[in-house]
Design a protein around this ligand. Structure first.
Ligand code: GDG
Length: 540
């Protein structure tokens, strides 16, 4: 028998996350086009989802259904279905309570050790429970015995328990993309026990680092009185066991390496190098280069604005003198950073360190240009609006204080860019400043190195993120220590190419071996090992 006509029943992998890896956009003709989202989760698991036909993704659409007619909502739903995604629609009230409220105003700050920012509000907790139930109602009907459900992140910590009750015979994994705090911090959450009991519904609980695993175990011991074995197994009161372990996330190394060689990324890099005077171009036609200086002298002889006003009549501007003080033999350098504009990313502290560099090492005047990409994030939340105002002000202060006529120290971009220009920025950076105050992993540090494959370039990296456990050859700093970060930045700018390559090769070898793909496969293998072994023959 050929097997033709026989129904093949494949076990499924159901990925569940707050947001889907795609968004829909309304075209002018009223149709809906679907676009890949940027961000860690979409780039890490997106390729796995795309490559596995038996993998579906359930998540919130990110849209407000009130904006659309029922017919349009159905079109949006169908657009997602074409990408094997099931879209959930939340009401404005649910978004405010579950997403902006409990997820972003309570769990996000608490898990990043910003307990002073955490809001404890019984109403948003109510919405968090409601939306977790909504997710359970969407997933339960499609999760059959033998299927695997992989839940992502802090938005859905009650979902493992809710699915455990509803879906016998399903393997359930949960992964946390942000840090897990110590019991001293976590126990301040009035609903800490409910959250722990919810998440322990999973067979396997994954974290980025061993430190976060240990924090979780300590919370389970302190708040629930449960012990964990050295193998990470936690025996639960209902006779089940849950296992906890560290699975440091990787990146699609080849994607970033390849993209950094795309023509758009190369054009971006070239443009940045021209503007910062690293390569002949714009700035070499102005006053800071040898040619520019000759032009300046010629124009001063002929009595230009510059010679009339800069030093004598407007000494407070001091522009000509600063330009003259620039050491023309010193090579120009570029510093880069890429972050969501979030208070955990340490952007104000980093700007102070950059400002200190210009103050303490005036020889960098005119010679170091900082490209700061700060992608908008959670713009409706007041804390984020305050942060934006603070960063705007600091950039303005530093640029106002140190700019020369033909040099601006900080180029500040507050828009989201496509991946190719982002890789162009990475590739242009002689130094990447990655200094979060707290971060689960931080993919930017890894992406920067992938865009410098076999090249020089130096990474200044915060000790407060998961990536610092792996990228030990970087210039590791305490991001709160402005002086030391300034010194590390200075050292990174001065590093010689051989030493930079030596450090990078060691880190790049690790990143090539542990990619996003091996991370997905590693987590799912481990899940299938710890989940009910009688299900093994039903899985693919
Ligand atoms: C969470 C955890 C953990 C940023 N701006 C643009 C853009 N990005 C991309 C970066 C990178 C991603 O967004 C940011 O990833 P991070 O890891 O730095 O930070 P979170 O978004 O906070 O992610 C974090 C991660 O989950 C994964 O587990 O590492 O600790 O907080 O990929 O490149 N991408 C594009 N344009 C932008 O303007 N294309």
């Amino acid at each position: 028998p050929s097997g033709r006509g026989k129904r093949v029943c494949m076990a499924k992998l159901i990925i569940v996350s707050n947001r889907l890896p795609f968004s829909v956009h309304e075209a002018e003709d009223g149709s809906f086009a679907i676009r890949q989202n940027v961000g860690g989760l979409a780039t890490a698991i997106g390729p796995y989802h795309a490559a596995h036909r038996n993998c579906v993704w359930v998540g919130w659409s990110g849209d407000d259904p009130e904006r659309y007619s029922d017919e349009q909502v159905e079109s949006i739903r169908a657009a997602y279905e074409s990408k094997r995604c099931t879209a959930l629609f939340l009401s404005a009230e649910q978004i405010a309570g579950f997403y902006s409220g409990f997820s972003n105003d309570t769990l996000w700050p608490l898990f990043h050790d910003f307990s002073h920012e955490a809001v404890f509000d019984a109403k948003t907790w109510e919405k968090y429970q409601e939306v977790n139930r909504l997710f359970a109602e969407a997933v339960a009907p499609v999760a059959q015995p033998g299927d695997t459900v992989w839940i992502q992140d802090y938005h859905l910590m009650l979902l493992p328990g809710l699915l455990r009750e509803r879906c016998p015979g399903v393997s359930i994994g949960w992964f946390l993309h942000v840090p897990f705090p110590s019991p001293e911090i976590f126990r301040s959450l009035p609903w800490s026990r409910e959250i722990l009991n919810g998440v322990l519904g999973a067979d396997l609980l994954g974290f980025h680092t061993v430190d976060f695993v240990n924090n979780f175990k300590a919370c389970v011991k302190t708040l629930l009185g449960l012990d964990s074995g050295d193998d990470g197994r936690i025996a639960l009161e209902d006779g089940r066991a849950a296992t906890v372990d560290a699975f440091p996330i990787g990146i699609d190394y080849n994607l970033y390496r390849r993209t950094s060689h795309s023509s758009l990324a190369k054009a971006m890099r070239r443009g940045i190098e021209e503007v910062s005077g690293k390569r002949p171009g714009l700035r070499y036609n102005t006053s800071l280069s040898a040619e520019g200086s000759a032009a300046q002298e010629a124009s001063s002889r002929s009595g230009s604005w510059w010679s009339h006003h800069a030093d004598e009549e407007m000494p407070e501007l001091n522009l000509a003198r600063s330009a003259a003080a620039v050491d023309r033999a010193k090579p120009n350098k570029i510093v880069v950073s890429v972050d969501r504009l979030d208070y955990t990313k340490g952007i104000p502290e980093r700007l102070r360190a950059f400002g200190r560099l210009l103050e303490r090492y005036p020889e960098w005047t005119g010679h170091v240009t900082y490209y700061l990409l700060a992608t908008p994030s959670r713009e409706s939340v007041e804390t984020y609006q305050r942060l934006k105002a603070q960063v705007d002000q600091l950039v303005g202060e530093i640029n106002g204080r140190y700019s020369l006529l033909a040099w601006t120290p900080i180029h500040y971009i507050t828009r989201s860019l496509p991946i190719k220009p982002v890789c162009g920025i990475y590739a242009a950076g002689d130094v990447a400043l990655v200094t979060p105050l707290r971060d689960g992993m931080n993919l930017v540090a890894k992406e920067y190195l992938a865009c410098h494959d076999d090249r020089d370039g130096a990474l200044v990296l915060s000790d407060m993120c998961g990536a610092a456990r792996e990228l030990t050859e970087a210039f590791i700093v305490n991001p709160y220590d402005i002086d030391k970060t300034c010194e590390a930045l200075h050292d990174a700018l001065e590093i010689d190419a051989t030493e930079a390559r030596r450090r990078n090769r060691a880190m790049q070898a690790r990143l090539k071996a542990r990619t996003a793909g091996t991370w997905c496969a590693g987590f799912l293998d481990a899940l299938h090992q710890v989940a009910d072994p009688s299900l093994a023959d039903r899985r693919l």
